[in-house]
Design a protein around this ligand. Structure first.
Ligand code: FES
Length: 156
């Protein structure tokens, strides 16, 4: 749900989780899992206004990640990770890092393979061969996957 209390806009992430929801740290309003305010401690006998409701998001936990659908009007699906649970594979989780850029710029970077030779010289590419690598692309249902094997590239 939104990280802004409907009362005085305090950051709900400064509050805490309780069995019945999330409690704001500022005046103690309690919101249930649907974002509806269900308790105002300073006015326990007063009806809670309907507008005291936060926008809540669809959330699922899959592949050890938390997935959030920011727009519930879209029929988005969590991609299928076919190799998940395959004991011959290993999941390696990278450490979080901050990258001061926009989401669009970041996605563009992921699809731009021409930078490998210069930015990732010695790992994903090499300056000795700055030609754009050609990945193996597979499409099935709504899934588009690509694989790139830099070690094979160096052998060619
Ligand atoms: S700002 Fe959250 S209860 Fe007042």
């Amino acid at each position: 749900m939104d990280d802004r209390c409907r009362h005085r806009s305090a950051s709900l992430s400064c509050g805490w989780a309780e069995q019945n929801g999330v409690r704001c740290a500022y005046h103690g309003w309690l919101y249930d899992k649907n974002g509806r305010c269900v308790e105002v401690p300073s006015m326990p006998d007063t009806a809670i206004p309907k507008r005291a409701k936060l926008y809540s998001y669809d959330v699922a936990v899959r592949y050890d990640l938390i997935w959030v659908r920011l727009d519930s009007s879209l029929d988005t699906k969590i991609p299928t990770l076919r190799s998940w649970g395959n004991l011959s594979r290993r999941c390696v989780q990278g450490r979080p890092y901050e990258w001061a850029t926009s989401g669009h710029r970041r996605l563009e970077n992921f699809f731009d393979l021409a930078h490998f030779a210069f930015v990732h010289d010695g790992s994903l590419g090499t300056r000795d061969d700055p030609s754009v690598p050609i990945p193996i692309i597979e499409q099935s249902n709504s899934e588009l996957r690509w694989q790139y094997f830099p070690e094979k590239r160096r052998q060619n």
